[in-house]
Write a protein that binds this ligand. Structure first.
Ligand SMILES: Nc1nc2c(c(=O)[nH]1)N[C@H]1C(S)=C(S)[C@@H](COP(=O)(O)O)O[C@H]1N2
Ligand SMILES: [Mo]
Length: 246
């Protein structure tokens, strides 16, 4: 694990989880208690945080567990013209802007992400559509990137967008989690286009849909209820839970 010990993580994560569960009245999962959808979302969110309070890291496997077939799903080659041009150029012009409530907004190239401390993790991906598979992912911890730009004290959520219009938001418990990485490698090779090249997110304790592919921007915000329909993510606007958890 880079930079932070398990004990430090437990202490910090526990505090964050408690504040998210008890104090986060502006979290989409914890608002809207008046309607049944809002109540069930709040309960799954709170239940997941409670169940995981002693188990902050997901299991990591050995190389022998890697699945021979890892499905590709939904977007597998974004139609976006700029993306296609960038793909042809080997993503040399790709940049990941990081903005919002940060001290030093910046845009990172693939080479700059690769130069950051890297983490490799072999994990089980579970898709809400009923399949799971194991792969090894290599990338820069999102926590490192956020430390580089300097989160401001009022930043509470990280909003991440993708080239195909998918977007999601993450509380700091997930954003700063040691297994949350900006992955540019899969099973020892460059991340394939079908799996989200040049860079995808891996948020290992959440269902597959929170591991966004084809990242285009990262933004630190104080609240997410003003974004889109205020549900916290694109899939939440389609009826899934903002935080389903696994
Ligand atoms: N931008 C973007 N991210 C995405 C998706 C997508 O279609 N577009 N699909 C999600 C879903 S539901 C899953 S299960 C995984 C699938 O990743 P894979 O194609 O590498 O298996 O990516 C997630 N992230
Ligand atoms: Mo999924």
């Amino acid at each position: 694990m880079t930079g932070i010990s398990r004990r430090q993580w437990l202490a910090g994560g526990g505090a964050l989880a408690t504040s998210a569960a008890l104090g986060g009245c502006d979290a989409p999962a914890l608002r809207d208690l008046a309607n049944p959808y809002g109540l069930s979302n709040a309960l799954t969110f709170a239940t997941q945080r409670w169940l995981l309070r002693h188990q902050p890291l997901v299991r990591e496997f050995g190389p022998e567990a890697i699945s021979t077939v890892f499905p590709t799903i939904n977007t597998t080659d974004p139609k976006d013209e700029a993306y296609q041009r960038s793909k042809t150029a080997g993503f040399a012009d790709w940049r990941l802007p990081v903005s919002g409530l940060v001290a030093r907004p910046a845009a990172f190239s693939l080479a700059e992400l690769r130069a950051m401390p890297a983490r490799t993790q072999i994990t089980l991906h579970s898709c809400e559509q009923g399949w799971s598979a194991i792969a090894g992912w290599t990338g820069a911890p999102l926590s490192h990137l956020l430390a580089t730009v300097g989160l401001q004290p009022d930043a509470r959520y990280i909003v991440i967008r993708s080239v195909d219009g998918w977007w999601d938001s993450y509380d700091l418990f997930d954003a700063l989690h040691p297994q949350t990485i900006l992955a540019y490698g899969m099973n020892g090779a460059d991340l394939p286009v079908a799996h989200g090249a040049p860079v995808r997110l891996r948020v290992e304790r959440q269902l597959g849909y929170k591991s966004l592919k084809y990242l285009t921007s990262i933004e630190a915000v104080a609240r997410v209820d003003g974004i889109g329909k205020g549900r916290g993510s694109m899939v939440a606007e389609l009826g899934f839970a903002w935080y389903a958890g696994i």
